[in-house]
Design a binder for this molecule. Sequence first.
Ligand code: NAP
Length: 252
Amino acid sequence: MTLAMSGHVALVTGGAGGLGRSISTALADAGATVLVGYRTSAEAAHALAAQLPGVAGQPHRAVECDVSDSDGLRELASRVAAEFGGLDVLVNCAGMTRYVAHRALDELDDELIDQIFTTNVRGAIASVRAFQSLLAQHGRGLVVNISSIAAQTAMGSNIAYCASKAAVDNLTKSLARALSPEIRVVSVSPGLVDTEFVRGLDEAWRAEQTARTPLQRLAMPDEVATAVVVLATQLTFTTGAVIPIDGGRPLG
Ligand SMILES: NC(=O)c1ccc[n+]([C@@H]2O[C@H](COP(=O)([O-])OP(=O)(O)OC[C@H]3O[C@@H](n4cnc5c(N)ncnc54)[C@H](OP(=O)(O)O)[C@@H]3O)[C@@H](O)[C@H]2O)c1
């Protein structure tokens, strides 16, 4: 059976994380060969790659991919070029944050700010830079930046995280312009997603977020993953856009 993404190769950075796992699975379900990027979660990434759906012999892989290591990204791109000859989809899903109340600026130290921007912003640019020529190869490249509602609402785990996601949405636009027409670049912007991390947060706070969301629930990881697949397979005239998956939370 030929699926919509048969013959396509996709790299998901942070591919074994809460959202990355769903995105990797949805891309494999659509027929793509998936490279599950990991930094520290090697075991989880290898286990996921081994169990992803696909035709017999399809080489889903777990690949070490630290987005703060630009040389490592270039080396990975060389290996992908040698083995697959191109890359069709790059999902910049790697991201990091830590909760710091917005008023508690003294707790938002330089080290944390640098880590957030190095991973969430520089990491996304460095990944696109490393894979640009591979993405352009077949004239149908797609970059999906996993952003956040925090970019728009300035509500999120800390001020630097919100600013980093606003930067991601901005670079989606400039990269979309700069890399067209061979490569499309789109942000997928979830509200709170029902992941393990979010389930561990204060219950009263989660309940309040749900109550303030017009659709009265959190996003499911599968809904974010579906957006990525739809962008790759259906919304083929979309670039430079920010696609919200947030149940209308900014209206609440
Ligand atoms: N969960 C939500 O409610 C929500 C809402 C909006 C947006 N988002 C965004 O969705 C993305 C995924 O978040 P998540 O909820 O799935 O969080 P998560 O489970 O903590 O996953 C984060 C992933 O990022 C990877 N990562 C961190 N630093 C990295 C680096 N330097 N290089 C490569 N990978 C790195 C981690 O890889 P290792 O484990 O291998 O180190 C992990 O797989 C993030 O960009 C986040 O900002 C999440």
